[in-house]
Design a protein around this ligand. Sequence first.
Ligand SMILES: [Zn+2]
Length: 151
Amino acid sequence: MGKKRSMVSSMLSNKCPRCREGDLYVQKGVFPLRRMMTMNERCPVCGQKTELEPGFYYGTGYVSYGLSVALAVFNIVWYVVLIGFSWKDNSMWYYLGITIAMLIILQPLIMRLSRSLYISFFVKFDPDAKDNVYGAVEETNAVEEMEEVTV
Ligand SMILES: [Zn+2]
């Protein structure tokens, strides 16, 4: 078995928080945008449900808001260091322009990342997830746990 992803790299690559291997989203990237938020119903690797309950992702608005604010603050930091803030020479307006453009361009990524972060708050990492697949075998889990796993 390969090296396990860290929690951060798993979240950033939109992987299932339980096994850190399966993709949460049907699409690897954001294009076509129409389907960018389409999630696998279950993790293709460990069977973890991606929508824990109906409307599970309503709360992600706050997460993407938080990420957007974090980006704006991050921009302030490098902008002040490299360029400097001032209302006198329009640099403040450039900052706003750059930040708003970045927020719009990055919004699809932020929205996907928000769900990934959100589900990571609720689903714990299980290093043996692959050997204990949820879903089709859910009813027989009790029996399955008794079985010896041979690799
Ligand atoms: Zn998984």
